[in-house]
Design a binder for this molecule. Structure first.
Ligand SMILES: [Zn+2]
Length: 257
């Protein structure tokens, strides 16, 4: 076995099932511990995503959300408990993540991500994972992550369908961004929300878990990135589909790259 840099005895035991993986090892685990990931949204996607990243030992986890826990969230947002109703989601999530892994530093950002704060919020992190529920946030993150050269792992769910991709268009040819697929955000009333159209609770678990896997892969630099591909999951038919995404020369965000 290779040496285990900077890992304590307790860390070697806690992360033993990672360390034994040839693709992770002690070096990879140390990299996870040194990583800083910002999760936008402590909702359906953020719940499994945050819990798996904390369990994996990702050393610094930021959580952005300005909502309080509501009774109607509990059907899918499994990081929150009934007793948390009425408390800020970032505080509820911070408590849950501390219970899972006290070694993780959780930074609660109790604010709504907007044009005026997006760059400040993402600046301190290496990777951003978007688990938000609206197009405004999704496009703000796409553009800001491109400008600040952050890897963005973005997922979305509605009804029984989910999709996920990774954007790092600043890395050049072969790496498209969200605007290479859809140049402009649809108006918010053109697409129904989960509140209007519904969403299968466990679907959030599937997509949020996929996001966690992709974030870990990006931190470690292992496997095949989802950059350049859109992965789609249909829970009703139990099928995955994949679409290749090309970089657009006239993309309003990354076209000049
Ligand atoms: Zn683009």
């Amino acid at each position: 076995m290779t040496s285990l840099p900077d890992l304590t005895e307790l860390q070697i035991r806690r992360y033993a099932r990672h360390i034994v993986l040839a693709e992770v090892g002690g070096v990879g685990q140390a990299r996870l511990i040194a990583a800083r990931v910002l999760v936008v949204g402590a909702g359906g996607l953020g719940a499994p995503l945050l819990q798996y990243l904390a369990a994996a030992g990702v050393g610094t986890l930021g959580v952005v959300d300005d909502d309080n826990v509501d009774l109607s969230n509990l059907q899918r947002q499994i990081i929150h408990r009934t007793a948390d109703i009425g408390t800020a989601k970032v505080e509820s999530a911070k408590r849950a993540l501390g219970d899972i892994n006290p070694e993780v530093r959780v930074r609660a950002h109790s604010e709504r991500l907007a044009a005026g704060n997006v760059e400040r919020l993402i600046a301190d992190y290496d990777i951003v994972a978007d688990g938000s529920d609206n197009f405004t946030t999704r496009y703000l993150l796409n553009d800001a992550c491109y400008r600040l050269k952050k890897v963005l792992v973005s997922a979305a769910i509605l009804r029984f369908d989910g999709q996920i991709s990774t954007y790092k268009a600043w890395q050049g040819p072969g790496h498209p961004c969200l605007r290479c697929i859809f140049p402009a955000a649809p108006s918010e009333d053109a697409v129904p929300s989960c509140a209007q159209a519904g969403v299968l609770g466990a679907l959030a678990g599937t997509l949020g878990s996929l996001q966690a896997s992709e974030v870990v892969k990006e931190i470690l630099g292992i496997g095949r990135s989802l950059s350049g591909r859109l992965l789609m999951y249909d829970a009703l038919s139990a099928t995955f589909d994949e679409m290749a995404i090309a970089k657009r020369a006239d993309c309003p965000t990354c076209g000049a790259a």
